[in-house]
Design a protein around this ligand. Structure first.
Ligand SMILES: Nc1nc2c(ncn2[C@@H]2O[C@H](COP(=O)(O)OP(=O)(O)O)[C@@H](O)[C@H]2O)c(=O)[nH]1
Ligand SMILES: [Mg+2]
Ligand SMILES: [Zn+2]
Length: 331
């Protein structure tokens, strides 16, 4: 359908084709880039710019990078304008909390993804709580979390050992790469893990300066602008100002996201209960129907704690993340 398939997979094909029967004149495409007032959609006819007209089509979901959409031409305009008129139901979405003055809302960092690549520059160091939050975001979307530690060439072995010790302490992270993104030999296994045999979509997430754009350049052969990092503090300037999807490995796609300072959870109950599965199990085994699992005598969680099946650190983090997540409301 596309010259590049952009992660076009059988499930998407089915969802799109059933809708397209009703709207044969519309173009099928995938949102490649998202700006404030317009989106670039990759269609079988190539990229088209679509104007954002919120509310024009009733129940309008704000499209995000990775969304499969139907595009129509508005020929009442001169020259004719393209507009996204249908966002196909998402397979999943990576949401994060976005605080604005006077409002707390969510923002889709990426949609319809298979793998969430967490990119961390070894020079900046690995933060355990941030790593766990990122894994929860992935689990919440039923996507596979993968950690890519970059700049292995630029740090002392001690830093690598320290990061790997943290990796050992977290759960649900089966794939970890330690690489120099400029070294083709070290890029190869990452390429193979991301590409797979089916069309896939990978989203890369990580702090500004972590090396996301550099990694994409090595994986996709693109020439994205990367940033100069100030020697003193390794904080970079923001060069990526928008989210953008890039064609990868013939049939797949990689989404670059802007550096995120803090990962706020949004509607992540599922991810939290998956990550803390021992706690989830203990609560399910709690026999009291109105228990708050906060230290009641005979509570299932209390039992698991006394048998040392759960450690205090996990319990504290679980409580804190649930509390944070409970503040999420509908837009
Ligand atoms: N030595 C070395 N430098 C890297 C590596 N990956 C990224 N960099 C440098 O780190 C800086 C930030 O990278 P960039 O890709 O722009 O980070 P982004 O903000 O996550 O997109 C740039 O100066 C890159 O050249 C790596 O594996 N080794
Ligand atoms: Mg970048
Ligand atoms: Zn209980």
């Amino acid at each position: 359908m596309f010259s590049q398939s952009y992660g076009w997979n059988p499930a998407t094909k089915e969802a799109v084709e059933s809708l397209q029967e009703s709207f044969p004149e519309r173009l099928v495409g995938r949102v490649r880039r998202s700006e404030r007032d317009w989106d670039v959609v990759e269609t079988s006819d190539g990229p088209v710019n679509c104007e954002r007209r919120l509310g024009s089509f009733g129940d309008y979901i704000e499209p995000g990078v990775g969304d499969w959409v139907l595009v129509s031409e508005d020929s009442t305009q001169e020259p004719p304008q393209f507009i996204i008129d249908t966002v196909i139901d998402r397979q999943n979405e990576i949401l994060r909390r976005r605080s604005q003055p006077g409002a707390v809302r969510s923002q889709a960092i990426a949609t319809n993804i298979d793998t969430l690549g967490l990119v961390v520059g070894l020079d900046q160091g690995l933060n355990k709580s941030r790593l766990i939050r990122s894994i929860i975001l992935a689990l919440n979307a039923e996507a596979t979390p993968t950690l890519i530690l970059t700049k292995a060439d630029a740090v002392k072995q001690k830093k690598i050992t320290k990061a790997l010790r943290i990796v050992d302490e977290v759960d649900h992270l089966d794939t970890v790469f330690v690489i120099d993104s400029f070294n083709p030999e070290q890029i190869k296994p990452v390429y193979e893990a991301f590409a797979g045999s089916e069309p896939t979509t990978v989203a890369l997430m990580g702090a500004s300066g972590a090396g996301k754009s550099t990694l994409i350049n090595s994986l996709c052969g693109t020439e994205l602008e990367t940033q100069e990092v100030r020697k003193q503090d390794s904080r970079g300037r923001h060069t990526t100002t928008f989210r953008e999807m890039h064609p990868f490995a013939e049939q797949s796609a990689i989404i670059d996201t802007p550096g995120i300072r803090a990962i706020g959870l949004w509607k992540a109950e599922h991810g939290i209960s998956e990550y803390f599965h021992e706690i989830t199990n203990a609560i399910q085994n709690c026999e009291f129907s109105r228990c708050t699992h906060a230290g009641e005598q005979g509570c299932g969680l209390d039992e698991a704690l006394s048998q040392s099946q759960i450690d205090d650190e996990s319990l504290d983090l679980w409580r804190a993340l649930l509390e944070e997540n409970s503040e999420t409301t509908d837009d």
